[in-house]
Write a protein that binds this ligand. Structure first.
Ligand code: FAD
Length: 555
């Protein structure tokens, strides 16, 4: 009898190799695989491990790895649900502990299996073997081989590993870093002389998860982004070290008794680990904060604040020599010449590449190919306060507004949401921030006589407040398409836009998702979450509602 197939014998000479394991367990099998990959001179350039794991929050989790050639995705979901939401081409499938009548996974595996993929198992019921055979798996030796003649969906051709990224804020710097890590040559084009000069230029941004009773798509997306960002920042050197800020926790006060009641229901349904989200009743919240918390509060212990500019700097440092900075290059426009995009500025051609990523924030609709995206620039003013005049906070504190703990003697209170385009600081916005601040810290005198100090920025906001990650739709060529996958796109032109008020946490995961897509890797998110970020969603929504893409409307 032939021995059971093993990835190490099969991956040699391959460019990339993807292993699916239905039971991550204690991680020892994945660790052994990675060790074997490291030690094999004939290893594939990229190894992807996708494994079902328990003990994590629900959903897909991409776990950053030391080796840039390795990705590890842990999926906390039942097998059938995980496979149904997985975008990957599997070369090797390990099934463990599948006792029971379930055969639904066979069809999903057949959708994901590469031609000639191998399957091994510790046990399969007869019905499961039959279901797999019906889907094209041939059992031989100690395993099975996928030999379906059904045509496989063709993966997009891998572009040359060369890209132009427009915009050096959180979105663009993360894109540059994720692509350089994968061996891409990146030209980062920015109209200012330095990175993080626009929305990403605030002294402090806060990061925390979002909760909801029905664990809806925005909640699941922000959870995935938040958890990935926490892990990713560690790889850059960590918050409070390489990155200016503090993972001091965020306390979110309940607005009123109804909000508290809803929060209790979320806490009971979510059963979150304490470090992720803990609901505190009035006494506990007041004691932890040292200030009144009359309706209770959420405590997000891993949350905190960071200076976005320092995150950008850390990401650019991590790019190394593969990054070319073309800063101070304004008036950019794009022209398609042959198979490439030519990016031109006021002084002529800046760069050419087959792949361009628009990470240009609130100004993006000035670029012709993005002009019809339904993005709005939403003004926000943050107030900078002398921390000595305020209560000392153990956490970031928030409700309708937020207050950060002191850094260099300054606490940040914010931020306003305004529809006008005034770039100057104004007293009325400061007043708004201070009134909310007084309610937040239960002090009628907080910030009294504070001088007009702070910063104005413009958030880039889509009507559904979710980012736009993926190939840019060609609105003019869209015709009457009904499915996302059929919407015509500008070839090689991608967006990382619409990070609204959560740029810190969106930037790492959205950049990782785009890089994974460009490389035909397994995607780090569930398919329905990937689709929720697809910029082409607005083409379909506009068609369904029979009008042009909707513009942003404030709540
Ligand atoms: C007041 C305020 C408070 C906020 N608070 C928080 C918070 O607490 N937590 C949080 O996570 N997020 C917060 N945000 C949101 C966060 O700042 C943004 O989501 C994030 O900075 C967006 O990053 P970005 O890279 O998409 O955009 P930007 O940082 O604006 O970067 C876009 C870059 O593209 C450049 N650019 C544009 N067009 C061109 C062109 N044609 N050619 C060359 N360069 C171009 C711009 O100069 C700019 O540098 C806040 C935002 C504001 C305004």
């Amino acid at each position: 009898m032939n021995p059971a197939p093993h990835p190490v014998r099969l991956w040699q000479g391959r460019e990339r190799y993807t292993v699916f394991d239905s039971a991550y367990g204690d991680g020892s099998r994945a660790a052994a695989l990675i060790a074997a990959w490291r030690n094999d001179p004939e290893r594939p350039a990229r190894l992807h491990i996708v494994a079902l794991a328990e003990g994590l929050l629900p959903g897909f989790h991409r776990i950053p790895q030391q080796d840039p050639g390795v990705t590890l995705d842990l999926l906390n979901a039942p097998l059938d649900a995980a496979l149904a939401q997985l975008s990957a081409r599997l070369d090797f499938i390990q099934l463990s502990g599948l006792r029971g009548p379930n055969t639904g996974f066979a069809r999903a595996l057949a959708r994901l299996a590469a031609v000639d993929a191998r399957l091994v198992f510790d046990w399969l019921e007869q019905e499961q073997v039959a279901a797999l055979m019906a889907q094209g798996f041939i059992f031989e030796g100690g395993g099975a081989r996928f030999a379906s003649r059904k045509p496989r969906p063709v993966l997009p051709a891998m572009p040359a590993r060369k890209a132009i990224v427009i915009g050096a804020g959180l979105a663009g710097c993360a894109a540059a870093e994720r692509l350089c890590e994968r061996g891409w040559e990146v030209t980062l084009v920015e109209r200012h002389a330095a990175p993080a000069s626009e929305a990403s230029g605030n002294l402090a941004g806060i990061f925390m998860p979002l909760l909801s009773r029905d664990d809806n798509i925005p909640t699941r997306l922000t959870r995935a982004a938040y958890l990935y960002a926490l892990r990713y920042w560690e790889t850059l050197g960590g918050i409070g070290n390489k990155i200016e800020g503090a993972a001091c926790g965020v306390m979110q006060l309940a607005r009123d008794a109804d909000h508290a009641q809803a929060s209790r229901a979320i806490a009971a349904a979510g059963r979150y680990p304490r470090e992720f989200a803990e609901w505190l009743e009035e006494d506990a919240a007041t004691q932890a904060l040292g200030l009144p918390a009359p309706d209770g509060a959420w405590l997000f212990r891993q949350g905190g604040w960071a200076r976005p500019g320092s995150v950008c700097e850390a990401m650019l440092d991590a790019c190394g020599a593969r990054l070319t900075r073309r800063f101070g290059a304004g008036g950019v426009h794009l022209e398609r010449i042959g198979d490439e995009w030519e990016v031109r500025g006021a002084d002529g051609v800046i760069a050419r590449a087959a792949t361009v990523v628009l990470a240009s924030g609130a100004a993006s609709t000035q670029i012709a190919q993005a002009a019809r995206l339904p993005l709005s620039a939403l003004r926000g003013q943050v107030t900078h306060l002398d921390a000595a005049t305020l209560p000392q906070l153990p956490f970031v504190l928030c409700r309708e507004a937020y207050l950060t703990p002191a850094a260099n003697g300054i606490a940040c209170a914010g931020a306003t949401y305004d529809l006008d385009a005034d770039p100057r600081l104004r007293a009325a916005s400061q007043q708004e921030n201070l009134e909310r601040l007084r309610a937040l810290v239960s002090s009628p005198t907080a910030g009294v006589d504070a001088p007009l100090r702070g910063r104005v920025g413009f958030r880039c906001v889509a009507p559904d407040r979710l980012p736009l990650v993926g190939a840019l739709p060609d609105f003019d060529a869209a015709g009457s398409t009904e499915r996302l996958r059929e919407v015509p796109r500008h070839p090689g032109l991608f967006s990382l836009l619409g990070y609204a008020s959560r740029g810190l946490i969106w930037a790492p995961l959205c950049a990782e998702l785009l890089a994974a897509r460009l490389e035909n890797e397994p995607l780090p998110l569930e398919t329905n979450l990937v689709d929720a970020l697809d910029p082409a969603r607005f083409v379909l929504r506009a068609r369904r509602s029979g009008r042009n893409p909707p513009m942003f409307a404030p709540d």
